[in-house]
Design a protein around this ligand. Structure first.
Ligand code: IFM
Length: 433
């Protein structure tokens, strides 16, 4: 028996998510260059050096895509606005075509009875700002606040919810410490500054939106459950450090006004002067917290410099990303987030889904079913979970993995750009009716 809408509390919202650079077709409509364009043009960074210039051509297929969202029976569509489409130079003169596009997107959703849930930054930093150090630069909160004012001054009166930044861990750690995403740095000082400036920028943007009267403001964090690879003390400590860096750093900053000691032991010498003073901004009150969840990692200790951990192999089934399928991590995060950080603040699962190459995708249906059951379990345990959004509406540009990994409920033929709903799309349309 699959779960349906009737198995969730009244008012529970189901939805689907995408992001601008991954679907729109960034080479069109007057958008400015971004650090992802230059990262992708550098050999070795992205599979086949693919970029988002065309992506799903959503820019020119807006109505078709909105009809597909409506056909699913989704209550909410979570999308992002592209900073470089709105302000091609990052600051200065807005691109009218870009603002008009997001106007049409929001109006098109409302006309179809779908709530627009906007995220203001999903990774395509304008190149002009990247050239000045991007997230390392202490000016970022000011630049981001100005951009927030421009875009939300245009669409903020009609969105259902807004969050400033998607997945601060990816913006900070993955991009500046691991070097896997733009700008591709492997530098602990850059990492510390980026992780901190992301949170300050989040707070500034939240204040700007409150000032504009935008309602229902939140934050979207990605979390990965970490479990020690053995019972040994060193592995346990390594897993706790992984958890602190990946998960607790951002929740701690947002809701406690403090960073975990396990992170400060590595990053504190590299944080900008006066960083403690920024918590007044970072902790600006929110209306909800968003949890993006995909997987768990087994973590073992390593010799060598901080953070001295590595991933260990797992026996559990994997998705096409090589990510372990571990639904219990989702229920554990939902209950732990409420218990340790957010109390009765509404929680939304703002992303969950799997990469799978199959078009008849029973594996994805099963994955979604298992994770919806995890959500239901967390609700039964008292977590105030108010909604669940699938990543992703359609196959799209999966960043450093190019177009190879398919997360969509809708298959996209990247030659013809034809959309074909998969079995998972039809299943959800039944469950959400
Ligand atoms: O495609 C990404 C998305 O941009 C952010 N969250 C995770 C997804 C899958 O990797």
């Amino acid at each position: 028996m699959k779960l349906t809408r009737a198995d969730f509390p009244d008012g529970f919202k189901f939805g689907v998510a995408t992001s601008a650079y991954q679907i729109e077709g960034h080479g069109q409509g007057g958008a400015g260059p971004t650090h992802w364009d230059s990262f992708a043009a550098t050999p070795g960074n992205v599979v086949r050096a693919e970029n988002g210039a065309v992506a799903c051509d959503h820019l020119n297929r807006l109505d078709e895509d909105l009809d597909l969202i409506a056909g699913l029976g989704a209550d909410v569509y979570r999308f992002s606005t592209s900073w470089a489409r709105i302000l091609p130079e990052g600051i200065g003169t807005p691109n009218g075509q870009g603002l008009d596009f997001y106007d049409r997107l929001v109006d098109g959703l409302l006309a179809r009875g779908i709530d627009p849930a906007v995220t203001l930054y999903h990774w395509e930093l304008p190149q002009a700002l990247a050239d000045q150090g991007g997230w390392r630069n202490a000016e970022m909160p000011n630049w981001f606040a100005d951009y927030t004012e421009v875009i939300m001054g245009r669409i903020g009166d009609r969105v259902w919810s807004a969050a400033p930044i998607n997945e601060p861990w990816c913006v900070g750690w993955l991009s500046h410490f691991d070097g896997h995403h733009a700008p591709g740095l492997r530098d602990i000082r850059a990492t510390a500054r980026a992780m901190h400036h992301v949170l300050v920028s989040h707070g500034r943007a939240t204040q700007v939106m409150r000032g504009l009267g935008v309602k229902n403001l939140g934050a979207v964090c990605n979390f990965e459950w970490s479990a020690p690879a053995s019972d040994g003390a060193a592995d346990q400590q390594a897993a706790a450090r992984y958890d602190a860096i990946y998960n607790r750093f951002f929740l701690g900053g947002l809701f406690k006004g403090a960073y975990p000691d396990l992170v400060l032991e590595g990053l504190e010498p590299h944080l900008p002067e006066g960083w403690q003073d920024d918590f007044a901004t970072i902790t600006t009150p929110l209306d909800w917290i968003g949890v993006n969840y995909y997987t768990r990692k087994l973590i073992r200790a390593t010799d060598g410099p901080w953070p001295a951990y590595a991933e260990a192999p797992t026996e559990l089934p994997l998705t096409d990303m090589g990510w372990e399928i571990y639904p219990k991590g989702l229920s554990d995060f939902l209950t732990r987030t409420a218990r340790d950080y957010t109390d009765d603040l509404p929680i939304y699962v703002t992303e969950n889904g799997m990469a799978s190459a199959t078009t008849l995708d029973p594996d994805r249906i099963d994955y979604l079913d298992q994770h919806l059951r995890a959500v239901q379990g967390a609700i039964d345990d008292g977590a105030p979970v108010k909604g669940y959004f699938v990543w992703s509406l359609m196959d799209n540009y999966e960043w450093a993995l190019g177009y190879e990994k398919r997360f969509g409920l809708i298959h996209v033929d990247f030659e013809t750009l034809a959309r074909t709903p998969k079995a998972s799309y039809h299943a959800l349309a039944q469950w959400w009716r």
